[in-house]
Design a protein around this ligand. Structure first.
Ligand SMILES: [Zn+2]
Length: 123
C-alpha cells in the first residue's frame, strides 16, 4: 500500500497524512520523511517535509485537481482515519488540564479499546 501513496502536491511518496487543527478547521498535510538529522544538542531528530493539501472538507477539490492521486489520497485518509483521530485525541489529552472524572472515564475507555485491539490482533 505504501508504494501507492503519492503526494498530490509534489508527486513523491509520502509517509502519512497529518491533520492540523486551526480554530474549528482542520487542514491536511502530506508528510514526507527525509531521514534523520542530529540536532545541535546531539539528539536524533526525524527530518520531515510537509506539503499542504488543503482544508479537510475539500477532498473533492483535491480529487478534481488530481483525479488519480486524489483518489489514492482519499483511500489513505479513510484507512488512516482511526489512527488520526486517536492521535488528535492523544494530543488533546496531553495539552489540556483534564477534569478528574473525564480522565478516569477516558482511561476506562482506553483500557477497553486496548483490550479489543489486542483481541483483534490475535485474530
Ligand atoms: Zn509532497
Amino acid at each position: 500500500m505504501v508504494s501507492n501513496e503519492v503526494c498530490p502536491r509534489c508527486g513523491l511518496p509520502f509517509s502519512y497524512i497529518k491533520r492540523k487543527r486551526v480554530g474549528r478547521k482542520v487542514y491536511l498535510y502530506a508528510v514526507h520523511y527525509l531521514g534523520y538529522a542530529k540536532t545541535p544538542n546531539g539528539r536524533i531528530k526525524k527530518k520531515t517535509r510537509e506539503c499542504y493539501l488543503g482544508p479537510e472538507e475539500s477532498y473533492d477539490y483535491v480529487t478534481v485537481m488530481h483525479e488519480k492521486e486524489g483518489l489514492v489520497l482519499k483511500g489513505v485518509i479513510d484507512s488512516d482515519r482511526a489512527l488520526a483521530y486517536l492521535d488528535a485525541l492523544i494530543d488533546y489529552i496531553s495539552n489540556v488540564s483534564l477534569d478528574r472524572n473525564l480522565a478516569l472515564n477516558l482511561a476506562v475507555k482506553f483500557d477497553s479499546l486496548s483490550k479489543k485491539l489486542r483481541e483483534h490482533a490475535k485474530g
